[in-house]
Design a protein around this ligand. Sequence first.
Ligand code: MLT
Length: 395
Amino acid sequence: MVKVNKNYNNLNQSYLFSTITKKRNEFIKNNPDNKLIRLGIGDVTRPLTKPVVDALVKASLEMGDAKTFKGYGDEQGYGFLQDAIKKYYKDINGVSLENSEIFISDGAKSDIANFTDLFSNENTIIIPDPVYPVYLDSNMMLGRKIVLIEGNKENGFKPLPFEGLTGDIVYLCSPNNPTGAVYSHSELKLWVDFALKNNMIILFDNAYEAFVNDRSLPRSIYEVDGAEKCAVEFNSLSKTAGFTGTRCGYTIVPQNLIFEGNNLNKMWLRRQTTKFNGVSYIVQKGAEAVFSEEGLKSCMENIEYYMENAKLISDTLTKCNVWHTGGINSPYIWLSCGMDSWEFFDKLLNEAQIEGTPGSGFGKCGEGYFRLTAFNTRENTIEATKRLEKFFKNK
Ligand code: MLT
């Protein structure tokens, strides 16, 4: 008789953003003339940039010609894209990588969830709260022991290792989704030293590195000495280059990650070659164009556009005396909503026709908070700020 994975019974009934979609659809059904503005899921609105589109078209044409057609590629990605990423790391962070340490993925989410295949279920997982819900959900699916560490106003939503904290795998997300908090070099160093001392691994979600505006802050954990011996880094082109619908990311697994005599790079290669057939040639060509001089310039223009949206939202909240953070080195604004976050979600949706994300969806410590994204268009963001002003005046 088939036995199902009963750990699924311990999860919330649906994934955070699926619940929001369900609520949105209900709202739209009940309000057919709505003027809904979506500041919920972090989905981009700027189209792909010209260098990327040109590369996608060119690669598509190559696939239609017998002379240049490509079948299966290497599961871990094409060398041309690994070369481009290697150069990007060197230029941006001063970090040297080998091609074999760069694995091309279909986005950070899948790799973050799948990477735990390499570890026994006996491990204890340390997860900051609030944080991107995939870390908690994917480990709950495996029935693992989880220790949550609290992010709050007092620690700037940047929990640090403390006396008595024990575990084997720690997730960090910086710039943090949802709060926008960014660990400094010295704070990351505390985590790296802690991991090295206790033989732990850090799974570092770096999906929002391109939004770090303050150049004194790290854009890779490998800027910290020793991280190459204890950290895996997950990156995504979803927000950096508008690839939410195109799908491409990359995961750095250093050759120096040795645990119980096992090289995690080799294990991940073994896992990927067995369970993954790689990202399409066309998409990898588009991704390569992101890292060209023109490509990076045009992506930065889009990022600046979103960050101006973030400033508009932040200025409005300041004017309305609403406590908030983020929006400076991250596309997310994290505000104190002064009530149950799902209650606030319904209120904002019904009274202002604005969709956001309830803080409690990112963990218990997110209760009483709410997240807005800067990823909508300028026009919609300006309209949203007007509605927010009215909403908070009447509250
Ligand atoms: C978010 O809104 O938190 C993200 O868009 C979700 C994701 O990247 O999977």
